[in-house]
Design a protein around this ligand. Structure first.
Ligand SMILES: [Ca+2]
Length: 229
């Protein structure tokens, strides 16, 4: 029993000695390698996710760039249509001799008064066409087209015509340009609108430009393309 105890003690001592004299584990043991590999895998996964997100963002940016370009093009197109370079036009067609609003056959007659030439005296601006009264004389009857006239009349009756032409499937109005002075001649129909601006400096002296053209529908068929000149 005593021998066995000594042998056991020796064995234990030898084991402690072996343990104390064993070299430390070298760096890069399999455990550390596994841990580093796991970190690398995790970082790789993160990197791949970020790259995917980056590609998604780049695609989104490209999509927005395309949208911006499209909107810029549409804006420019709209601006070109709304604000064309003011172009002087002649709206007097000699085939349609002057007519006077209120005279027989020219009962459709609308008038506005304003001092267009800043001489302190108001002129009258008339719009007239030969639409015909219905039997009850409460409203006008219309054909597909009519000759229309717009003129400025001085107090002494001197008339200066700004517009004399055929208008097919449309209507003319005159609006005072209070910033002008001048008048807007508005030609409109279902498919769109053209606005001319006329300035008046006295009898026989005026200038008309095309200010705006607003085609509201590309499918509209303009019956009289000569109007758009
Ligand atoms: Ca005047």
């Amino acid at each position: 029993m005593r021998r066995a105890s000594v042998a056991t003690l020796l064995a234990a001592t030898a084991a402690v000695f072996v343990a104390c004299t064993s070299p430390p584990p070298p760096p890069g043991t399999s455990m550390e390698v596994e841990e580093l590999s796991a970190q690398v895998a995790e970082l790789t996964a993160v990197n791949q996710r970020l790259e995917a997100e980056n590609r998604e963002l780049e695609a989104r940016v490209a999509e927005l760039d395309a949208k911006v370009k499209e909107l810029e093009f549409r804006n420019q197109n709209l601006a070109d249509r709304l604000s064309p370079e003011e172009r002087e036009v002649n709206l007097i067609n000699p085939r349609f001799p002057p007519a006077v609003g209120g005279e027989p056959g020219w009962e459709y007659h609308q008038v506005l008064s304003a001092d267009l030439d800043n001489d302190g005296v108001e002129e009258r601006v008339s719009v007239t066409t030969n639409a015909f009264w219905m039997e009850d004389r409460k409203e006008f009857g219309w054909d597909d087209g009519h000759p229309w006239h717009v003129y400025v009349e001085e107090p002494d009756g001197t008339r200066t015509y700004l517009f004399s032409d055929w208008v097919q499937l449309g209507k003319l109005d005159v609006i005072l340009d209070r910033e002008g002075p001048g008048v807007f001649i508005v030609y409109r129909r279902d498919g769109g609108m053209i606005i001319y601006r006329a300035t008046y400096q006295g009898p026989g002296q005026f200038r008309t430009v095309r200010s705006y053209q607003i085609p509201l529908s590309y499918s509209a068929t303009w019956a009289n393309p000569d109007m758009f000149r």
